[in-house]
Design a protein around this ligand. Structure first.
Ligand SMILES: [Zn+2]
Length: 112
């Protein structure tokens, strides 16, 4: 999403929990969430609010986006094969997916 969409997302967040959007905050959230779609990030905010009373952070949004993606691929793909790393093999990347164990690169990035 664009920085302007991150600002919109933060306006939504602040409408739920109070606070003012600052440029510093937009920059930080953009750094963490910029590569995701606005719609996915907004859905992630809703999911967090549904499940937790904690003040939402960019890390919460990131976690919710990853959880939603995992649930989606889990239901549309054949059962996961054994992770290469657990077998002591290197992943064989085709784009962002390992052709051997079908793990996605984004699943390995900072798994919370
Ligand atoms: Zn693999």
């Amino acid at each position: 999403m664009q920085k302007s969409e991150v600002a919109m997302l933060l306006t939504f967040v602040h409408s739920l929990q109070g606070g003012e959007t600052t440029e510093l905050e937009v920059a930080g959230w953009f750094d963490v969430l910029g590569r995701y779609e606005y719609a996915d990030a907004k859905a992630a905010v809703r999911a967090h609010v549904d499940q937790s009373q904690q003040r939402i952070t960019a890390a919460h949004v990131l976690h919710q986006i990853k959880t939603a993606r995992r649930a989606l691929t889990g239901s549309t793909m054949s059962p996961r094969r054994i992770d290469c790393a657990r077998e002591g093999r290197a992943h064989a990347w085709i784009g962002d997916t390992c052709r051997l164990c079908e793990v996605r690169r984004w699943e390995l990035e900072g798994t919370a």
